[in-house]
Ligand binder design. Structure first.
Ligand code: NAD
Ligand code: ZN
Length: 344
């Protein structure tokens, strides 16, 4: 089968021909219907050899959807042909976190060698993908897989970040969204769908800010010098009750701190490597800083249900497997509007 793999440090993704995998006992093989590209793929492909821990070759794709194609021994209750989205942050399935569906925070996954598809295990950017357990599958029903697949990360991650800041999303509150890319453009919609806050979107690109307005941001601000003053002005000098940084580089983290109100939440989602010094005189009084990771199984079900209501949708650029390398190039250069999705 065809697959998009990262094979050599520093060389970027390649389209290759590999053996079609067979599902082992308890596993399910999906025929992939869609796989999303995430900036985290570039995070790992940009790592120097001594920091790279995801194994090579790595089939990319941690946003995946597909139809059941073949069941491993012992798998029951699934029908060949049924459509599913893949819940990616696999945990041990037994601990306290996993019992709550928060496999994204399973403390045992790493030591057990359990890794998400596309971030260690073979991912969904291929014609077929193996899923380790039926519990990782969320039924898609009538949802279009191509339009929906990115909700498994670009939807689930901002949803988790936003619902865990719910107490700061009161009427009259202000949410700042920094970075209106794959995650951010869905984040804006989630904020509008589940709260009455004023949404201020920040990006370096005018095009992304146009998208932000299109998907519901009340105000847009160009990132850079002057952004903090503009946001302070828009909030009557008070700052934002919640800040979501979907970039996470030092300038955006500095901006997040500067525009956060007293007693606010600052959620840093982007893994750009910036640092936010937290302490009595470095963060606003009462402010809480968090770095949330992906989301829970229950939240994925909720995000898909939100999509069913029509209030949240991904702006998708479609590519076939042979165009995946070009799609990754565009993502690297900030040229994707919304999310790039590969349709095998
Ligand atoms: P993306 O490339 O689609 O979007 C990034 C956006 O940020 C772009 O619109 C870009 O123009 C904008 N941007 C870049 N520099 C900026 C700056 N200085 N100020 C304001 N905006 C700026 O990326 P994505 O796939 O949406 O991922 C966003 C980040 O979230 C990445 O760092 C990714 O690795 C990370 N991520 C984290 C998690 C998690 O669980 N914490 C999950 C998925 C992705
Ligand atoms: Zn991701």
């Amino acid at each position: 089968m065809k697959a998009v793999q990262y094979r050599e440090i520093g060389k970027g993704p390649e389209v290759v021909e590999i053996d079609t995998p067979e599902p082992g006992p308890g596993q399910i093989r999906l025929k992939v219907t869609a796989a999303g590209l995430c900036h985290s793929d570039w995070f790992l492909m940009d790592l120097p050899e001594e920091q790279y821990t995801y194994g090579l070759p790595l089939t990319l794709g941690h946003e995946g959807a597909g139809v059941v194609d073949k069941l491993g021994d012992g798998v029951e209750g699934l029908k060949v042909g049924d459509p599913y989205a893949i819940y990616g942050p696999w945990g041990c399935g037994r601990c306290h976190a996993c019992a709550q569906g928060a496999e994204n925070y399973c403390p045992y996954a790493a030591e057990l060698g359990i890794t998400p598809p596309g971030l260690g295990a073979p991912g969904a950017m291929a014609e077929y993908v193996i899923v380790d357990d039926p519990r990782h599958l969320v039924p898609l029903g009538d949802l279009d897989p191509v339009e929906t697949v990115s909700l498994t990360d670009a939807g689930l991650t901002p949803y988790h970040a936003i619902v865990s800041a719910r107490e700061k999303l009161y009427p009259g509150g202000v949410a700042v969204v920094i970075g209106v890319g794959g995650l951010g453009h869905v984040g804006v919609q989630i904020l509008r769908a589940i709260s009455q806050v004023t949404v201020i979107a920040v990006d370096v690109s005018e095009e992304k800010l146009e998208l932000a307005t299109e998907v519901g941001a009340h105000h847009t601000v160009v990132s850079g010098p002057g952004a903090a003053d503009s946001i302070r002005e828009l909030t009557n000098g008070l700052g934002a009750s919640a800040v979501f940084d979907f970039v996470g580089v030092q300038p955006t983290i500095d901006l997040a701190r500067e525009v956060a109100a007293i007693n606010s939440f600052i959620h840093i989602v982007g893994i750009g490597g910036g640092i936010l010094p937290t302490g009595f005189f470095s963060t606003p009084m009462g402010a809480a800083v968090r770095a949330p990771y992906w989301g829970t199984r229950g939240e994925l079900i909720e995000v898909l249900d939100l999509a069913r209501t029509g209030s949240v949708g991904v702006h998708v650029e479609r590519y076939d497997l042979d165009q995946a390398v070009e799609a990754y190039r565009k993502l690297h250069h900030g040229e994707v509007r919304g999310r790039a999705v590969v349709v095998p």
